[in-house]
Design a protein around this ligand. Structure first.
Ligand code: G2I
Length: 457
């Protein structure tokens, strides 16, 4: 169980926002926008910075309308709190059970939310049959498990926690003892290679706790990631759980940055914060993530205090009745503050045209927010109806040469490179006058200069 570190004071460093926003609408105006507007929900505000804001969700609570009301209003990424773990998905060897996890994925798809998968391998929450296995039999069972579960969700997961909590606490900086570790030190890279083969479009993360500052444990993980990158072991991201007891450590941002500098994304994966300085501490975490261009999003580990695994500590953003807490407001304000949106310099905007892009059709605008890293990017596109409601929309994007889409969400698409057309899916085609909906995609290559055009029906 994660240890809760002593609160530290954090030095905040803010970085000027570099928001690349291409807008084209009924008037077909295209412009470069240097600052994002202030969103009114966690998800929308994070999206304006090219990031997501997620929550851990329990399938058993999806019938609670207070719970889903908050979930669908505020969050655009979902991590199943327990439903994708080994004991839940493979209760008997070779017999896979996806009912609860599928329910969560269906909910996410119906509400335009993306999924983080958690967790393909972990020393905890193994089914009894795996707990009593060892050696080659366990190694093969692990490979079979990853192949099946990541295969079942292929194309539906933004990022997988492939390996969870494999490093030891304390000063050793080494691996934690476990039945998986005893199958051989290469078990982690085997897990990552197996996951890549099963779902090549998912980002593959290593996830752990007590790694929030620069310490022996986080340095052990840092050395592993550096080794993986140098040997071509497929790893795309590192998750920092951030179960905190106050302000994050003063070197929190520097720690995220040193991992990002290795060429991986970083994500805050299980955030919850106890203590009287909660509101400031949440803001400090958000600001640190916004200051690191490869910090792609933040997930809180539950919605209401009553949903938290930390019983009695009230570490979340909503109280037991679903009311917003002070920590919610400080989080939202921090998301609306300065932060990096792209890690590459903005490109010059295309010329402004005065002719309507869709004469005779309903007007709409499409604004793109980019999160670019070396070799790939995520584009979030916000479709906003003009003065008339839309009964459907098509957004056309021309990708730079060499850019190829690997994954898209909340829209149907034709093609994966060159000129690509995205059309609404069933649930997001009807957009009220002045209202918005979002979709997005992930691609290899460069997203520089993307300027989507929108046509409404
Ligand atoms: O321990 C907090 C988190 C640390 N990082 C990995 C996460 O996966 C972990 O999540 C927690 C869940 O929030 C709990 O809900 O993992 C726990 C298990 O280690 C989860 O608790 C378990 C209870 O121990 C079980 O008795 C219960 O059946 O939740 C299960 C489902 O409600």
């Amino acid at each position: 169980m994660p240890h809760r570190p002593t609160p530290h004071r954090v030095r905040l460093r803010t970085v000027l926002a570099l928001a690349t926003a291409g807008v084209i609408g009924a008037g077909a105006a295209v412009f470069f926008n240097g600052s994002a507007s202030a969103g009114t929900t966690l998800g929308a505000s994070a999206a304006e910075k090219g990031r997501y804001f997620g929550a851990a969700v329990a399938a058993g609570k999806l019938s609670n309308s207070t719970y889903t009301g908050i979930l669908d209003r505020e969050f655009n990424m979902i991590t199943p709190e327990n439903e994708m773990k080994w004991d839940a998905t493979e209760p008997s060897q070779g017999q896979f059970r996806y009912t609860s996890a599928d329910q969560i994925v269906a909910h996410a798809q119906a509400h335009g939310q993306r999924m983080r998968g958690h967790a393909l391998t972990w020393h905890q929450q193994q089914p009894g049959w795996a707990q009593s296995m060892s050696g080659t039999a366990l190694r093969n069972a692990m490979i079979n498990h990853i192949t099946n579960v990541a295969g079942h969700y292929k194309g539906k997961i933004y990022a997988w926690d492939v390996v969870n909590e494999a490093f030891a606490d304390g000063g050793s900086g080494g691996r934690r003892d476990s039945n998986l570790q005893r199958t051989g030190n290469d078990w982690i890279e085997v897990a990552f290679r197996t996951a890549r083969a099963a779902d090549p479009g998912a980002k593959l993360c290593y996830n752990d706790y007590n790694t929030d500052g620069i310490n022996a444990k986080s340095t052990g993980i840092y050395n592993m990631v550096r080794d993986f990158k140098s040997r071509g072991v497929p790893i795309d991201c590192v998750g920092f759980q951030s179960h905190l007891g106050g302000l994050p450590p003063s070197d929190y941002q520097a720690n995220l940055q040193r991992f990002a500098d290795l060429g991986v994304d970083v994500q805050i994966t299980e955030l919850d914060i106890s203590g009287s300085n909660q509101a400031n501490a949440y803001a400090a975490v958000v600001k640190a993530c916004l200051a690191v261009s490869r910090c792609t999003g933040i997930t809180v580990w539950g919605i209401r205090d009553s949903d938290s695994w930390r019983t009695g500590e009230n570490p979340l953003l909503f109280d037991g009745n679903g009311n917003k807490k002070a920590a919610y407001t400080s989080t939202l304000n921090a998301l609306n503050g300065p932060g990096s949106t792209v890690s590459t310099p903005p490109v010059s905007s295309p010329p402004v045209s005065s002719s309507p892009s869709n004469p005779g059709g309903s007007g709409c605008t499409a604004v793109v927010t980019l999160n670019q890293w070396d070799g790939g990017f995520v584009a979030n596109i916000r479709v906003t109806a003009g003065s008339a409601a839309l009964n459907g929309w098509t957004v056309t994007v021309t990708l730079a040469s060499g850019a190829t889409i690997t994954n898209a969400w909340s829209a149907d698409r034709s093609g994966g490179s060159g000129t690509v057309r995205f059309t609404n899916v069933a649930y997001n085609g009807q957009v009220g006058a002045g209202q918005s909906t979002e979709f997005g995609f992930q691609a290899t290559g460069s997203g520089a200069g993307l300027s989507p055009t929108c046509a409404g029906r």
